[in-house]
Ligand binder design. Structure first.
Ligand SMILES: Cc1cc2nc3c(=O)[nH]c(=O)nc-3n(C[C@H](O)[C@H](O)[C@H](O)COP(=O)(O)O)c2cc1C
Length: 369
C-alpha cells in the first residue's frame, strides 16, 4: 500500500463508509478540475507498465483495453470523476448503475466495511442522478482516446418488473451516444425483484427489446461503425441450473458479452454479517467459478469481464485463466488504495511472461477446460 494511503485510510476508515466515499469523491472531483495535475498523475502511473503495452492489451467485444483491469460499476455512478480513474491507471471505467429517473436509493446506513474479511456490504439501491443528468456530465467530460467508458444501466425502484423493459430502453436511449459499451444490470441484490429479470423466461424478451433500441439509436447516430456492444451483468447466486439457462437465453439473442459477477447475498454458515450485497475477498472463489462456468458453457465464444474479489495479481491471473478476457474491481481499491492498479497490472505482466505468453489472449481460459 502507498505510504500516503496508509494514513489517508486511517482517516477515511474512522468515518462512516459512505461519508468516506462521498468525501473521497469530492476530493477526486476537485483534482479532475486540474487537467495538468491529472495528466502528470496519469503519466506517472502508466510509466510503470509502458514497456509491456503489447503484452497487456486485451479486447472486450472488439473494444481495446490497454490492459485487462477496469473499475467496476457502483463507485462512480454519475461519471463525475472519469479523469481520476484514468489517471489511477484503470483501462476502462464502468459508470452507473444509471436509471432513467434520478433516485435517492435506500435508507442510510447502507454501506458497511467488514475489515477482517477485506469486504464490503452494500444496499445502496441504485442511488444515482438519473440518465439525463449523467448524459449531461458525460457530454462535457473530454473523451480519452484509449480508455473506454462502459455504462451500466438499470431500472428505477418504483418501476414494476412488468414495465422494467421500458426503463432499460429509456436509459439506453439517453446514453447511447456517450458510452462505448453498455452493461445491462439484472443482478444487483438491492432493488427488489431485479434478479428475477435474470430468469431465462424473462431475460430473453428484455434483451430483445434492448437490442432493438440499440439498432434504432445506432441508425440515428448515423456513424459508420459497428453497433456498441451490450453485455449482461450476472449474479454469483444463480444455481448451476439457472445459470446454464440464463447463459443459453443470453446467447440466443446475440448479446455481446457477460460481466461476472455482481455482489453476493450468500453468507458463510453461522455468519453474523448483515443484509446486502457482499463484495471483496469472500466473493472471489464464487465469482471465479461463475467465470469458468460461463466460459465452458459458451466454449470460450462469449467475452467475459471477470469481477468479484480480485485483490492482487494472482487473483487477476486466475480469473483470466478461468476465462475472463478483462477484469474489474471495486472493494480492493477501498482497502489498498490506487496503487492496487499498478501492482495488479505489473504483476499480471510478470505472470504472463513467466508462462511464456506473448499476449493476454493466450492465457484466457487455460484453466477452464
Ligand atoms: C458500494 C457498492 C456499490 C455498488 N453498486 C453497483 C451498481 O450500482 N451496479 C452494479 O452493477 N454493481 C455495483 N456494485 C458491484 C460491483 O460493481 C462489483 O460487481 C462487486 O463489488 C464485486 O467486485 P469487488 O469484489 O471487486 O468489489 C457495487 C459494489 C459496491 C461495493
Amino acid at each position: 500500500m502507498d505510504g500516503w494511503y496508509t494514513w489517508a485510510k486511517t482517516a477515511l476508515f474512522s468515518l462512516d463508509a459512505e461519508q468516506a466515499h462521498d468525501m473521497t469523491m469530492h476530493v477526486l472531483r476537485a483534482v479532475c478540475g486540474m487537467p495538468s495535475v491529472v495528466q502528470a498523475w496519469e503519466k506517472r502511473t502508466h510509466r510503470q507498465w509502458e514497456a509491456e503495452r503489447a503484452l497487456l492489451q486485451t479486447h472486450v467485444c472488439g473494444i481495446a483495453w490497454e490492459h485487462p483491469l477496469g473499475l467496476a460499476a457502483g463507485l462512480d455512478k454519475n461519471a463525475r470523476c472519469l479523469p481520476a480513474w484514468r489517471a489511477m491507471g484503470f483501462a476502462c471505467t464502468e459508470i452507473g448503475t444509471v436509471t432513467p429517473l434520478p433516485q435517492i436509493g435506500n435508507d442510510k446506513p447502507r454501506l458497511v466495511r467488514v475489515v477482517e474479511q477485506q469486504a464490503l456490504i452494500n444496499r445502496m439501491g441504485f442511488n444515482n442522478a438519473g440518465a439525463r443528468e449523467v448524459a449531461r456530465t458525460l457530454f462535457v467530460t473530454p473523451k480519452h482516446p484509449r480508455k473506454p467508458v462502459f455504462i451500466n444501466i438499470g431500472k428505477n425502484k418504483a418501476t414494476p418488473n412488468e414495465e422494467a423493459t421500458n426503463d432499460y430502453v429509456l436509459a439506453l436511449r439517453a446514453l447511447y451516444a456517450l458510452g462505448d459499451a453498455f452493461v445491462i444490470n439484472v443482478s444487483s441484490p438491492n432493488t427488489p425483484g431485479l434478479r428475477d429479470l435474470q430468469q431465462a423466461h424473462t431475460i430473453r424478451a428484455l434483451l430483445e427489446a434492448i437490442i432493438e433500441e440499440r439498432e434504432l439509436q445506432h441508425a440515428a447516430l448515423g456513424i459508420d461503425a459497428p453497433q456498441k456492444p451490450l453485455l449482461v451483468k450476472i449474479s454469483p447466486d444463480l444455481t448451476d441450473h439457472d445459470l446454464a439457462d440464463t447463459i443459453d437465453a443470453i446467447r440466443s439473442v446475440a448479446i455481446d458479452g457477460i460481466v461476472a459477477t455482481n455482489t453476493t447475498n450468500a453468507r458463510d454458515p453461522g455468519s453474523a454479517l448483515e443484509a446486502g450485497g457482499l463484495s471483496g475477498a469472500p466473493l472471489r472463489e464464487r465469482s471465479r467459478a461463475v467465470i469458468r462456468d460461463v466460459y465452458q458453457a459458451t466454449r470460450g465464444m462469449c467475452p467475459i469481464v471477470g469481477c468479484g474479489g480480485i485483490s492482487d495479481a494472482d487473483d487477476a491471473y486466475a480469473a483470466i485463466q478461468a476465462g475472463a478476457c478483462a477484469l474489474q474491481l471495486y472493494t480492493a481499491l477501498i482497502y489498498q488504495g490506487p496503487s492496487v492498479v499498478s501492482r495488479i497490472v505489473c504483476g499480471l505482466a510478470e505472470r504472463l511472461r513467466a508462462d511464456g505468453c506473448t499476449s493476454v489472449r493466450q492465457a484466457i481460459g487455460v484453466a477452464a477446460m
